[in-house]
Design a protein around this ligand. Structure first.
Ligand code: PHE
Length: 495
C-alpha cells in the first residue's frame, strides 16, 4: 500500500516525469526550432542549454522537492513565509497551461477520428481554420460557441479527472507505466516507416544541413534555451512536486540524467520522422521543404493531413497512429500540470486528493470552454505566449533565488552525492544555479517581454494584461485565505 501522494516505485516517478516532459513540444515544436535555427549547427547551443541549464536546474528542483515531502506552495512558505505569494503563482500559471492544453488535446481527439477516413477533405488548411475552428481574429468570436470542440474537450477532461482523482500510484503512476512506453513504441513505428518513404533523405539533408554562420547569432541561443525550458518542463513546479512524491531512497541525479536523455532522444527522433515525411511530400508536390515547414498547430493539423492525403492507403494506418501519439504525449503532459496546484491546495486547505482534483477539473473544464469558441485559437496563442515567455521564465528566476540562495542549495550537495551512482555535484553546480542561470534567464526574459510589446497586436496586449490580472488575483486569493490545516507553515524536511 502506498500513501495517497506517493509513487509506488522509482520507475513510476521516472516514467511520469518523462510523460510530463515528452509532449507537444517534442513533436511539433522541436523539429521546427531545430530547422529554423541553423539545422545541424543548432546542436551546439542545444547541448550547451541541456548541460548548463536543463540538468543543473532539474537537479535543484528535484533536490528541494525531495527535501520537503510537501507541495510547492507549502515548501516556499516554509522557506520564508514572505514568499508565499510566489509559491502559489507558479502552480496557478501551470494550471492555466492545463486549461489551454485541453483545447489542443480536444482538436487532436477530433483528428484522431477524422484520420480513419481523411475527413479533413482535399484542403486541410481551410478545413482546420474555417470549418473546424471557425476562426475569428476579433474577440466578438467569443460569442460563437462550437459544440463539437466543446464535446471533444470535455471528453479529455473526463479522462483527466478519472486518472487524477485516484491515489497517485493507482492513477497517474499506473497510467504512466503503460502510456509512456506505448508512446515510445508507436513513435518508433511511425519514424521507422517515415524513413523508408521515397524522398526521406531530401528532408533529412535539409534538416541537418548546418548553417554554422548562425552560431554567432544571439537568437539561436535564446531558441535553444527556450526549447529546453519548455520541453523539460523546467521551472514549472512540476519536477518539484513529482520529487516530493518520491520515497526515501531516490537517486535524484541519475533520475535527472535518465529523464533529460529520454526527452531529448524522443524529440530528435521525432524530428527525423517529421522531416522524412516533409521530404517525401516535397518530392511528390515539387514544393521546397523550406516552404512546407511550419510549427505548432500548422504542422500537426495542416501539414500532416496534407501529407496523409497524398500517402494513399498507408495514411489510414499512419494517420490514426500519428494522432494517437500526439494524444498520448499531450495527455501524459497535461496530467502533470494539475499536480502542483492540487497538492498545494490539499496541503493548505486540508482537502483530500480526490476532492481537490474534482474541484479543479470542473473549474478547469468550465473555463476551458472559452477555447471552444471562434476566438479560441487566437486566445490560446496569446495566453501561451504570456505564460511561456513571461510567467514561467520569471518562475525559474524566482526558483533560483529562493532555492539556491534562501534555502541554500549547498545543503543538498552531500545528500545528493551520497545517493548517486553516476555523476556528483559540487562547486560548479552551485555556481550555475546561483549565478549563471538567474542571469542567463533574466536576459531571455527581458528579450521575451520586448518581443511581446514590440510585435504584439493591440488585442494581444489587452489579453496579455487580462491573463496577467487573472493570474495575479487568483494567486492573491489563495495566498490570503487562511489555512485550514494546523501545520501549514511547518513542512517536514528530509535532508
Ligand atoms: N514539456 C511539455 C512538452 O514538451 C510541455 C509542458 C508544458 C508540459 C507545461 C507540462 C507543462 O510539450
Amino acid at each position: 500500500m502506498t500513501d495517497k501522494n506517493e509513487w509506488g516505485s522509482n520507475l513510476s516517478f521516472i516514467l511520469a516525469m518523462i510523460g510530463s516532459a515528452v509532449g507537444l513540444g517534442n513533436i511539433w515544436r522541436y523539429p521546427y526550432v531545430l530547422y529554423s535555427n541553423g539545422g545541424g549547427a543548432f546542436y551546439i547551443p542545444y547541448i550547451v542549454a541541456i548541460l548548463l541549464m536543463g540538468i543543473p536546474f532539474l537537479i535543484l528542483e528535484y533536490g528541494v522537492g525531495y527535501n520537503y515531502k510537501s507541495s510547492f506552495a507549502k515548501a516556499i512558505t516554509n522557506i520564508d513565509s514572505k514568499w508565499q505569494y510566489l509559491g502559489w503563482l507558479l502552480p496557478v500559471a501551470v494550471f492555466m497551461i492545463m486549461i489551454y492544453y485541453s483545447a489542443i488535446l480536444g482538436w487532436d481527439g477530433i483528428y484522431m477520428i477524422l484520420s480513419f477516413f481523411k475527413g479533413w477533405g482535399a484542403d486541410p488548411n481551410s478545413f482546420f481554420t474555417t470549418t473546424l475552428l471557425q476562426s475569428s481574429d476579433s474577440y466578438m468570436g467569443l460569442t460563437n460557441f462550437i459544440p463539437l470542440i466543446a464535446v471533444a474537450m470535455l471528453i479529455g477532461w473526463a479522462i483527466i479527472w478519472f486518472i487524477s482523482h485516484k491515489d497517485l500510484e493507482k492513477g497517474l503512476g499506473k497510467v504512466s507505466k503503460v502510456l509512456v512506453p506505448l508512446l515510445f513504441i508507436i513513435m518508433i513505428v511511425i519514424v521507422g516507416f517515415s524513413l523508408t518513404l521515397p524522398g526521406a533523405s531530401i528532408g533529412l539533408a535539409e534538416l541537418f544541413n548546418p548553417d554554422w554562420s548562425l552560431l554567432g547569432n544571439f537568437n539561436i541561443w535564446m531558441a535553444a534555451f527556450g526549447q529546453i525550458i519548455f520541453s523539460l518542463s523546467l521551472g514549472m513546479s512540476i519536477a518539484f512536486t513529482y520529487a516530493s512524491y518520491t520515497k526515501d531512497d531516490a537517486d535524484l541525479i541519475t533520475n535527472t540524467l535518465s529523464i533529460a536523455f529520454a526527452n531529448c532522444a524522443f524529440e530528435n527522433f521525432a524530428a527525423l520522422g517529421v522531416f522524412s515525411i516533409l521530404g517525401y511530400m516535397s518530392m511528390q508536390s515539387g514544393t521546397a521543404v523550406a516552404d512546407l515547414v511550419t510549427q505548432g498547430t500548422g504542422l500537426v493539423f495542416i501539414a500532416y493531413p496534407t501529407v496523409f492525403n497524398v500517402l494513399g492507403n498507408w495514411a489510414l494506418v499512419l494517420g490514426p497512429l500519428f494522432f494517437l501519439t500526439v494524444y498520448l504525449a499531450g495527455l501524459t503532459s497535461i496530467l502533470s500540470t494539475i499536480e502542483p496546484l492540487s497538492f498545494s491546495i490539499q496541503n493548505k486547505f486540508g482537502l483530500t486528493r480526490s476532492k481537490t482534483m474534482t474541484i479543479l477539473c470542473i473549474t478547469g473544464a468550465a473555463i476551458s470552454m472559452l477555447y471552444a469558441t471562434s476566438y479560441g485559437g487566437s486566445l490560446l496563442g496569446y495566453v501561451d505566449t504570456f505564460i511561456n515567455q513571461i510567467a514561467l521564465l520569471f518562475g525559474i528566476i524566482v526558483e533560483c533565488i529562493v532555492f539556491a540562495w534562501i534555502f541554500d542549495a549547498e545543503k543538498l550537495i552531500d545528500f545528493l552525492n551520497s545517493r548517486t551512482k553516476t555523476i556528483k555535484v559540487g562547486k560548479w553546480w552551485l555556481i550555475i544555479v546561483k549565478y549563471v542561470l538567474p542571469i542567463a534567464i533574466s536576459i531571455i526574459w527581458i528579450g521575451g517581454m520586448i518581443d511581446v510589446i514590440n510585435n504584439g497586436s493591440m488585442e494581444q496586449l489587452i489579453f496579455t494584461v487580462l491573463t496577467a490580472l487573472v493570474l495575479l488575483i487568483v494567486t492573491l486569493v489563495l495566498t490570503v485565505r487562511h489555512a485550514k490545516t494546523g501545520d501549514w507553515e511547518n513542512a517536514d524536511e528530509r535532508v
